[in-house]
Design a protein around this ligand. Structure first.
Ligand code: NAI
Length: 266
């Protein structure tokens, strides 16, 4: 295992990593952390980044639903890197739609599925041929994909992504490519900036660490999964949610009891 200049998180120094939806939020945090550790990051998005890109990061316009754009990226990388030289792909781009089944129109359903599920499929299919032994794909799911969340299209897209990730882990494993899915809880980014106050409050009440997440909380896990430190982890679903999904609402129960609810211990 290479340890490189970055010590424990080996394999990142000089490695090329593609991240989708990286103009802001979690993708931007992942790009910056990877670049700090010596990686060369291709940050892609449908919007331009707000500020200056850090050293080691180049921006490329890419709509994850555009099959031809993926093919063009693959062709360019094949020319510059050669075969099997791509270290990592983080399928991070995502859109939300906060509505239940009865309020979800066909166009919203199709849009959310296209970005959150079809996008990662197209990305893996285009770029996995450029990946070899020791490389890693990280798919960004959500705690919605671990629960019966109230967002119909979003939840379905993230559950679908979990399944697709396991298919990919099985299919690509023999080629030495690892595939994992990470499941952020409520993270403070543009996506959640307009979330209803009630959702924010409920999320906080149900999170054992009693705080909402930041993009940097997720970036640490994504970078670990791209690095050699996770070299035997594949096909995993990893929440990064302050304990929210594991508690499964039990924190609410514990808080009620601590507040003085009468209980029988036997
Ligand atoms: P964000 O809204 O800040 O970033 C998402 C990025 O995806 C944006 O820059 C956006 O332009 C880009 N994007 C949207 N459609 C695209 C397309 N067709 N092609 C390429 N890029 C596209 O949100 P955030 O929080 O950084 O989201 C990152 C990922 O984390 C998403 O997959 C999201 O579903 C997931 N997530 C976010 C949570 C949160 O609480 N913020 C919770 C759980 C999961």
């Amino acid at each position: 295992m290479s340890t490189g200049a970055d010590g424990l998180l080996g394999g990142l120094d000089g490695a090329t990593v593609v991240i989708t939806g990286a103009a802001r939020g979690q993708g931007d945090a992942e790009a910056r952390l990877l670049a700090r550790l010596g990686a060369r990051v291709i940050a892609t998005d449908v919007v331009e980044p707000d500020g200056a890109l850090g050293d080691g990061i180049v921006f490329r316009h890419l709509d994850v639903t555009d099959e031809e754009a993926w093919a063009r990226l693959a062709a360019d990388l094949a020319q510059t890197l050669g075969a099997t030289a791509l270290r990592g792909l983080i399928n991070n781009a995502g859109v939300t739609h906060r509505a239940g089944i009865d309020e979800t129109g066909r166009a919203d359903w199709d849009r959310v599925l296209a970005v959150n599920l079809t996008g990662p499929m197209l990305g893996m299919r285009a770029l996995a041929p450029l990946m070899g032994e020791g490389s890693s794909i990280v798919n960004v799911g959500s705690v919605a994909g671990l629960t019966g969340h109230y967002t119909a299209a979003y939840t379905a897209s993230k559950w679908g992504l979990r399944g697709l990730s396991r298919v990919a882990a099985t299919e690509y494993g023999p080629r030495g490519i690892r595939v994992n899915t990470i499941h952020p809880g409520f993270i403070e980014t543009d996506m959640t900036a307009n979330a209803p106050a009630a959702m924010r409050e409920a999320q906080l009440e149900l999170t054992p660490l009693e705080r909402l997440g930041e993009a940097a909380d997720v970036a640490g896990l994504a970078v670990f999964l791209i690095s050699d430190a996770s070299r035997y982890i594949s096909g995993a679903d990893l929440p990064v949610d302050g304990g929210y999904a594991a508690s499964a609402g039990a924190k609410h129960l514990a808080d009620r009891i601590a507040a003085g609810a009468t209980i029988t211990t036997t």
